[in-house]
Design a protein around this ligand. Structure first.
Ligand code: KIV
Ligand code: ZN
Length: 511
């Protein structure tokens, strides 16, 4: 019998620490629900002390996720731990994850603390967290560059204090696979009470080794991997969940353990995270890239047609790839619409939101005839945006483009209930539209990224636009979709402006 490998997803915490990947609490909830359907064991929903918004984000996930354990991050201080416990209160199953750095460089330069003081603080943090829950994770930050004798002392002490998971982070992505695997083996062998806790790993990808290091650790006894969808995360990111999970599943001849994940949900999670954060997935990315299962060369195609195993080691369907399926059309009723949304994991609590989504669906079906799952997902995003009481809304727009003429846009917005109009020319229709919007809102932000993707195939497909804007160092993303990409662009820009207008002060856990 294979042992269980616990999957701890930190897309909503470490993933969100990636510059530009900030998410609203409603976006976090959507991702958390998708992770729950994927059946990840633990969802690290955020760092509650960072800001009131982060606190609410963790609380919202705790209130709504039933099947996965919800975790909150806390530095090794009473106020962090108390905030994490308060945010996690509504959860069916919760975990507090507390950490303090143990490497000489972090203790000396960042914490200005002696090793014994660090050990004392680690123990007292675990004891404090233990007052709230039995499910405690402790991480010695920068373990990958810590001295092994000191690490062994700290780990033994925190397990004695009540830590049930000990997570070994390679915080700066410095380790090599054989070295990191060896570290995990030695820790398990040398710490006298190591059998009382699950050993976990958390690897960063600075040298492109996060997945290899995580897998090496699993081969050496780790039974939890911390990872993120699409490998999102601080700097070069974390270990990619889809790669870790599919390697272990595909190479059961090598691994003594397996996950409980419903891998068919992987692609959906990947797309959702990519859309919400505006971080595109490269086409040649393993498992979830557009080319991951595409065979270009004639020899490969011939081989795959004769026998799939000649060139494919996994089945595309097992990670959620399927040809675009027409699911609904112009004549589909409200019931069919609601049922398909439920199958996709979306349940609108308020009847008026379902009605609003259904009326969008009818408008879209008039323009597009065949509606795919991907269209429904975009439609749900729009309905959620609308329900979020955004201050600025698009009422109408008119854009004129003609060969030899300068494009011109006229935009009408509703701002706090008041109609306002703006006009502008631009180098193209999108530029003119953004300038017209700016002439009304004066957001003072800079555009960092503009990207358009087709949601499905065909020229009648909806375009999905992501914009990233920056104002005084704060970066947010906005999304919009429509069969008209200039309208989709306006919606995305307005969505981003709504977010940037809400001032938020956030603490970074590791600085
Ligand atoms: O990379 C790291 O060390 C972390 C810890 C908070 C676990 O993210
Ligand atoms: Zn990290």
């Amino acid at each position: 019998m294979s042992e269980k490998l616990i999957i701890f997803d930190t897309t909503l915490r470490d993933g969100e620490q990636s510059p530009g990947a900030s998410m609203t609490k409603d976006e976090k909830l959507r991702i958390a629900k998708a992770l729950e359907r994927l059946r990840v064991d633990v969802i690290e929903a955020g760092f509650p002390i960072a800001s009131p918004d982060d606190f609410k984000g963790v609380q919202l996930v705790a209130e709504n996720v039933r099947e996965s354990t919800v975790c909150g991050l806390a530095r090794a201080t009473d106020k962090d731990i108390d905030a994490a416990a308060a945010a996690l209160k509504p959860a069916v199953s919760s975990r507090i994850h507390t950490f303090i750095a143990t490497s000489p460089i972090h203790m000396r330069e960042k914490l200005h603390m002696e090793p014994d003081e660090v050990l004392k603080q680690a123990v007292s943090a675990v004891k404090r967290a233990r007052q709230y829950t039995d499910n405690i994770e402790f991480s010695p930050e920068d373990a990958g560059r810590s001295e092994i004798d000191f690490l062994c002392r700290v780990i033994e002490a925190v397990i004695d204090a009540g830590a049930t998971t000990v997570n070994i982070p390679d915080t700066v992505g410095y380790n090599l696979p054989h070295q990191f695997g060896g570290l995990i083996r030695q820790l398990i062998e040398r710490v006298p009470n190591s059998d009382k806790a699950v050993f976990s790993v958390h690897c960063h990808n600075d040298l492109g080794l996060a997945v290899a290091n995580s897998l090496s650790a699993v081969l050496n006894g780790a039974r939890q991997v911390e990872c993120t969808i699409n490998g999102l995360g601080e700097r070069a990111g974390n270990a990619a969940l889809e790669e870790v999970v599919m390697t272990v599943r595909t190479r059961q001849d090598m691994f003594p353990c397996d996950t409980d994940l419903n891998t068919q949900e992987i692609l959906h999670c990947s797309r959702l995270v990519s859309t919400i954060t505006g971080f595109p997935v490269q086409p040649n990315k393993a498992i979830v890239g557009a080319n991951a299962f595409a065979h270009e060369s004639g020899i490969h195609q011939d081989g795959v047609l004769k026998s799939r195993e000649t060139y494919e080691i996994m089945r595309a369907q097992d990670v959620g790839w399927h040809a675009n399926r027409m699911v609904l059309g112009k004549h589909s009723g409200r019931n069919a619409f609601r049922t398909r949304l439920l199958e996709l994991g979306y349940a609108f609590e308020r009847e008026e939101d379902l009605n609003a989504a259904f009326s969008r669906f009818k408008d879209l079906a008039d323009k597009k005839h065949e509606i795919y799952d991907e269209d429904l997902q975009a439609l749900v995003s729009e309905t959620i945006q609308e329900a979020a009481d955004e201050r600025i809304r698009l009422v109408a727009m008119k854009v004129c483009c003609e060969t030899g003429e300068i494009p011109n846009a006229h935009v009408t917005l509703l701002i706090d209930g008041m109609e306002r109009q703006g006009n502008s020319t631009g180098s193209g229709p999108v530029d003119a539209t953004f300038r017209a919007i700016e002439s009304i809102v004066h957001s003072g932000s800079d555009l960092q990224l503009y990207s358009v993707n087709n949601i499905t195939t065909g020229t009648d497909a909806q375009g999905e636009v992501t914009v990233r804007i920056d104002k005084a160092g704060r970066i947010v993303n906005g999304q919009g979709s429509d069969t008209d990409i200039v309208i989709a662009s306006a919606k995305a820009y307005i969505n981003a402006i709504n977010k940037i207008m809400e001032p938020v002060e956030r603490a970074h856990p590791q600085v």
